[in-house]
Structures are given as C-alpha cells and as structure tokens.
Design a protein around this ligand. Structure first.
Ligand SMILES: Cc1cc2nc3c(=O)[nH]c(=O)nc-3n(C[C@H](O)[C@H](O)[C@H](O)COP(=O)(O)O)c2cc1C
Length: 233
C-alpha cells in the first residue's frame, strides 16, 4: 500500500501550512508514502484537447507528465491546497484538472481509492478542502477526512502589514498594530488542527490496511455523485 502526498502550496517547507499538514497526515498512516510538492513546477490546467480520450494519457507535456505514474500507482492520496480568493489555489486546481486524463471509456485507474483533503487559508482552509473533496468525488475517490487550518497570510511578512488598511493583519487585529511572532497564525501551533491531521492519517492507514474494498467504494461514490447531480438539476 502506498500513499501519495501532494503539497499544492507555492510556499516552501517551513512556511507553508499545507506542507506541514500534508506531512503530518502522511507520517501517521504508518504506510509507505511519497511526498511531492508542486512548488516551482510548471503545470497548466486541462486544455480540453481530448488527446487523452483514446488511451487515458494526457498529451500536454509539462511537469505533470513525470507525475502521472505516481498518481496511477498510488492507493490513496493526501492532497493539500491553499485558500486563494476563497477557493483552491490555481496550481493545485490545475494539477487536479489534469486527472481528467484517467477517466475516459470507464477508465478506472482512480476509482475506489481513498483520499484526505487538506486546506489552509489566512482565515480558513475550508474552501480549498471542499474543492479537493469535489475533485475526489468526480474520480470516485472517497474522502476519508478533511483537515483545515489557518496559515500565515503573506501580509504578516510582506513588510507593509502593520500599516496596510486592506491587509489581513488589519482585518484580524486592526490598523497600526505591532506584528509580533506569536500573532502569526501557524498550523503547528493549533493543537486541534494537528490532532485532526494525526487522526486523519491514522484512519487512512487503518482503512487501507483493514477493510479497503475498491469496488464497494466505487459503488458508493457513484451513488453519491448521481445524488448530487439529481439535487442540482
Ligand atoms: C493570491 C492570494 C490570495 C489569497 N486569498 C485568500 C483568501 O481568499 N482567503 C484566505 O483565507 N486566505 C487567502 N490567502 C492566504 C493564504 O491562504 C495563506 O497564506 C495560506 O497560509 C497559504 O497556504 P500555505 O501556508 O500552505 O502557503 C491568499 C494568499 C494569496 C497569496
């Protein structure tokens, strides 16, 4: 059993809340895992060329190409993205759009696998985690847990945070406040978030070791998606 972790943040390890949470989930699975960060990678969104419909292989040649085998071979995914403008950041979104290549002619490469959705935002990580969950659903991947936390908005370190009237520091603390280290939100200092990430990792590990039936998961996810369609039409 192998878990693939994807850090969709563009910020480096040590600063990125997504990196911290994805790693925490992975370390608690007690399974082999591989961690990929999308930081610095050039990955465009799906361009709807339909080059993948015959063989389920995307023909766009960018940094996603070398990741394809890892995605195909993994038994589960821990995907984390940042909250940009109240949705999933473009890099992670582009990465997940390209999973379109796996789905044609009932291509079941991803069906029935398991996933944990991780989201981090300057206020909340709920929005990106929800988008990741939706991507999972469309691929009949069951979201076993969502982990969300509050990360450090760039306004804390941009140099203008104390005076900028439209920055996050002003929104959270008011204009003119002196920024101190302990004010800067970090997921590592949010015990309930770390607990949720730890539990998510343990649960994912247990599911994969004990009772993972891909056919059953696929059936459930297909029903969930159909129901969702029915409710929205
Ligand atoms: C372009 C941009 C837009 C952002 N928009 C939001 C937002 O709408 N809501 C929010 O909560 N945080 C927003 N943020 C803050 C990030 O979500 C926050 O810094 C988070 O910690 C990023 O994840 P990371 O720490 O893994 O890099 C934004 C940051 C950037 C760079």
């Amino acid at each position: 059993m192998k878990v693939l972790g994807i850090v969709g943040s563009s910020r480096r390890e040590g600063v990125s809340g997504v990196h911290h949470l994805v790693t925490t989930v992975l370390e608690n699975t007690d399974l082999d895992y591989e961690l990929i960060t999308l930081r610095g990678k050039k990955i465009g969104g799906c361009i709807a060329c339909l080059g993948c419909v015959k063989d389920n292989i995307c023909k766009v040649d960018d940094d996603l190409t070398e990741l394809r085998p890892l995605i195909a071979e993994a038994d589960a995914y821990v995907v984390g993205g940042s909250n940009y403008y109240s949705t999933l950041n473009a890099l992670t979104h582009a990465f997940l759009e390209r999973w379109y290549q796996f789905r044609h002619q009932e291509g079941d490469t991803l069906w029935g696998k398991l996933g944990v959705a991780v989201g981090v935002g300057g206020s909340s990580g709920g929005a990106p985690a929800d988008v990741i969950e939706n991507f999972f659903l469309y691929n009949f991947i069951e979201t076993t847990a969502k982990v969300t936390g509050q990360g450090a908005a760039s306004c804390f370190s941009c140099g203008y945070g104390e005076t900028c009237s439209v920055g996050v520091v002003n929104m959270l603390y008011g204009k003119g406040v002196k920024i101190t280290e302990d004010m800067i939100p970090q997921v590592s200092r949010q015990p309930e978030v770390i607990r949720a990430a730890t539990e998510a990792g343990k649960k994912l590990g247990e599911r994969l070791r004990d009772s993972h039936d891909r056919k059953e998961v696929t059936k459930n996810m297909q029903q969930t998606l159909l129901q969702k369609f029915a409710e929205s039409t």
